[in-house]
Design a protein around this ligand. Structure first.
Ligand code: CR6
Length: 811
């Protein structure tokens, strides 16, 4: 688009929507005008995409996910339309700055972490590769909480993102569907036909809002459909006139609370009835709209699996299985067998965790009360499933009951997902292997062909192309810009690692990015960090298994080493953390507090502060990650082996030229394969060694007794940590969790103490390699060059080849 045309489009929007000229408009008005212009352009491509899908009778993927962690849209959409330059120029002429407008937009943070961000990255890659897709989720009014640190402790504030975010949504009120909760099921015979009637139910309307999903240089614009809960009942005027104001709106409020807020637990959802309602609400709305559309086009359901594949992102949308059965049987009169055939050929399941406490189980009584018909269907699925297992495991009731979908008054969502789908995949090679060998081994024996792996990937044009312009242009200067379409071309950057001038330029790029981050830290934390120090970053949710504690213990050790020997020669370090803790996760919150106490101690100690600093970035989110990743030298991926399903931050850091210090866990294994062991810092027990040690009886106390450093550090943690001469805070519960087994639970279940010595060794290796800047930069460049396999484009291609088989709209 030409400058002139864009200028007049923007002026038109300002005039018609706000009655102002360009020179009168506020920043906020200009932001909205830009968003509207972009939306109009996307809208045309969106309609064309839909027409093409109909004309081609295309097969599409419906990606059901409770979470989409989208971040900001304006910059991404302008970039995908290749309009960054023209926007910049026109805005400049209007006396505005594109960057400043981008900052007005709040992150759309409808997700907790990796799983939600993955969904967003996949939508982007699907559009970029002109594959037809619709994402389905909930239009949460409040996304993940805003984190505020008050006196070293996390507090949570609501995140209302819609003020700046709603301009990306297209309301489709005509496509509202009704969802039914509670009530009773009545069965009656109508001749030889069993009639099912749901009585006394509560209605909730699901209103769709569509977000347009663009892809880089692609004509395909896909849809993310977000459902909002609306009560069909208006206010009770009778109660109102009697002065019962709150009661009058109670019914309305209890329906609309369903889409109020995202649950902030990323691994351990409690058995809350609101969460079940959220799950069923969006699943039922989505599948009703999918089936309705299919019926309008084809008038039959037996060919549904040829046109639609329903990918469920973890077990959260697993109720799609009984809900499809319900609609096909009760509303369309299909037999059980016919409905089951269609369901199990449409649904595919991605597992994202092996942690048993995170595998969802719902109290059966709760499902029975809230979703009586779904409960009946689940019970019947379970009965038939257990019968079918008999032939594989005759007389083996233990095994069958462990695989059952309903047992011990609980509904096991993972077992339901496996039984009701044609594909089960893990998200990294190691994780998928563990699913087959351990977590779902018995299911694997019964249907080995269901199981597959698709290693996670990232929307690298966002994480490299947009977030790291200096590095992108260095790569472009060396190998051209084909890598922005085809990430595999990044490997042609590898030979440049040997080129001294490229290494020098890489160093300058890193420096610039570190300066940008340093300015952010100065502004937000008031800490002055040295951009010549190693920027060592651990940014991810706070979880014991991710072992932020291992990192902080090593930092305390370093602190003591400098105190003991102030003339110690080592490259200086800036340790940077970003992490949200689930509001009810006590130990995670304690660890955040410990990080702050250590920061207070280190940053105020005159002997140490020139050698090291500790920084905690408040409210870690997509838009902060975009500043952080490009500036990192060291990427901390130090979970206990066998627990992190994949990780995706690890890929983003690598692609931005950070060297990984990590265990052989999740996708770190594949990072190691791609870049080679010599270009990262591996340490720690392997997954099988972890299992073995836990089985034979792990005694963390023995490490405490034999390693004087561990004793000294835990002693300090117990006694109190704080700034020299100031108040110090003791962290007895943290120390105890590593040493003492309470109520029969394993002490230090994530083997922090067992891996401590090895981790410290790896950290000294980091110092050694960094001391030779040239050697470091060579390794960093090789990390960038070998990161191409972690593009979401590759993951999507694999999903398409192994599971989806979609129609390519580009051909
Ligand atoms: N927490 C995994 O823990 C993985 C993502 C996306 C997670 C993480 O290793 O990279 O999913 N799992 O696959 C869940 O959320 C259950 C995550 O984000």
């Amino acid at each position: 688009m030409k400058k002139k045309e864009l200028k007049s489009l923007l002026e038109g929007k300002l005039q018609r929507h706000y009655g102002v000229t360009a020179s009168e408009a506020t920043k906020n008005q200009v932001y909205h005008a830009c968003a509207m212009v972009v939306r109009d352009i996307l809208m045309e491509k969106w309609s064309a995409t839909q027409e093409e899908m109909e004309a081609k009778k295309a097969k599409q993927v419906c990606y059901l996910s409770m979470e989409f962690l989208l971040g900001k849209s304006l910059k991404n959409n302008i970039y995908n339309l290749s309009m960054t330059d023209v926007f910049q120029q026109v805005l400049q002429e209007m006396g505005m700055d594109l960057k400043a407008l981008e900052d007005i937009e709040e992150d759309a943070a409808l997700g907790n972490g990796g799983l939600g961000r993955l969904a967003a990255c996949y939508m982007d890659a699907l559009s970029a590769q002109h594959l037809p897709a619709t994402g389905y989720s909930i239009l949460y009014e409040y996304g993940i909480f805003k984190q505020r640190i008050v006196e070293g402790q996390q507090t949570e504030l609501p995140d209302s993102w819609l003020d700046s975010g709603s301009c990306w949504l297209v309301a489709k009120p005509d496509e509202t569907v009704e969802i039914r909760f509670d009530g009773e099921i009545e069965e009656s015979w109508d001749g030889d036909h069993l009639r099912i009637q749901h009585r006394n139910y509560t209605r909730v309307n699901a209103e769709p809002y569509d977000m347009l999903i663009s892809g880089y240089g692609s004509e395909t614009v896909n849809t993310l459909r977000l459902w909002q809960a609306k009560s069909p009942y208006s206010m009770d005027m009778h109660l109102f006139s009697e002065g019962e104001y709150l009661k009058a709106i109670e019914q309305q409020a209890s329906a609309e609370v369903i889409s109020k807020i995202l649950y902030p637990e990323d691994k351990h959802p409690e058995g809350k009835s609101l969460r079940i309602k959220q799950q069923y609400f969006f699943v039922s709305a989505s599948i009703q709209s999918i089936i309705k559309k299919h019926m309008e086009t084809y008038g039959r359901l037996d060919n549904l699996p040829d046109r639609v594949v329903i990918q469920i992102n973890d077990t959260h949308p697993a109720m799609v299985i009984p809900e499809m059965m319900r609609i096909m049987m009760d509303d369309h009169g299909l037999t059980w067998d016919a409905a089951w055939e269609i369901t199990t050929h449409s649904v595919a399941y991605t597992n994202h965790t092996v942690m048993s406490e995170a595998l969802e189980r719902w109290p059966e009584a709760l499902i029975k009360r809230i979703l009586p018909r779904i409960h009946q269907i689940i019970v019947e699925i379970n009965r038939r499933f257990c019968d079918s297992l008999w032939k594989y495991f005759p007389n083996n009731w233990d095994k069958i009951s462990s695989m059952a979908i309903v047992a011990y008054d609980e509904v096991r969502m993972a077992n339901l997902s496996i039984a009701g789908s044609f594909s089960v995949n893990g998200v990294s090679a190691l994780h998928s292997q563990i699913l087959k060998d351990k977590v779902f081994h018995d299911f694997y024996v019964v249907s080995p062909d269901k199981f597959t792996n698709v290693t996670n990937g990232i929307a690298y044009r966002r994480w490299l192309g947009q977030a790291n312009e200096p590095l992108t242009s260095l790569i472009r200067d060396c190998i051209g810009d084909g890598f922005l379409r085809n990430a595999e071309e990044l490997c042609t950057f590898a030979p440049f690692a040997k080129d001294a001038s490229v290494r020098q330029k890489f160093l300058e790029v890193k420096k610039r990015n570190k300066e940008r981050l340093a300015a952010y830290i100065q502004e937000h934390n008031g800490i002055d960090v040295d951009t010549n120090s190693i920027f060592d970053v651990q940014a991810k949710r706070l979880h014991e298994y991710k072992r932020q504690l291992l990192n902080i213990m090593q930092i305390i050790k370093m602190y003591f080493e400098y105190k003991d020997n102030p003339s110690l020669q080592r490259p200086s370090r800036t340790f940077i953390f970003g992490a949200k803790a689930a509001p009810g996760y006590y130990m995670a919150k304690q660890i955040i507090r410990l990080i702050h106490a250590v920061a207070d101690m280190v940053n105020h100690d005159p002997v140490v502060q020139n050698h090291m600093k500790v920084v905690f970035l408040e409210d870690y989110k997509v838009s902060i990650a975009e500043i952080l990743m490009p500036a990192a030298d060291v990427s901390e991926q130090i979970s206990v082996a066998g627990r992190e399903a994949s990780g995706t931050g690890n890929m983003k850091f690598m692609m931005n030229g950070a060297l990984t210090i990590g265990t052989l866990d999740g996708a770190n294994v594949e990072i190691c394969e791609a870049v080679g062991e010599a270009n990262m810092f591996l340490f720690g027990l392997k997954a099988d060694e972890v299992e073995q040690l836990l089985k034979q009886g792990y005694q963390p106390m023995s490490y405490y007794q034999s390693n004087p450093w561990i004793a000294r550090i835990l002693g300090a943690i117990m006694q109190g940590i704080g700034r020299p001469g100031g108040r110090s805070v003791p962290f007895v519960d943290i120390a105890n969790s590593l040493l003492i087994s309470a109520n029969g639970s394993q002490a230090d279940p994530y083997l922090v103490l067992a891996d401590f010595e090895e981790y410290c060794r790896a950290q000294r290796e980091v110092d050694r390699v960094y001391s030779n800047q040239d050697a470091w930069n060579e390794k960093a460049i090789l990390n960038v060059a070998h990161s191409g396999v972690f593009a979401a484009d590759r993951s999507i291609q694999e999903y398409n080849e192994k599971i989806w088989n979609l129609t390519d709209l580009g051909r």
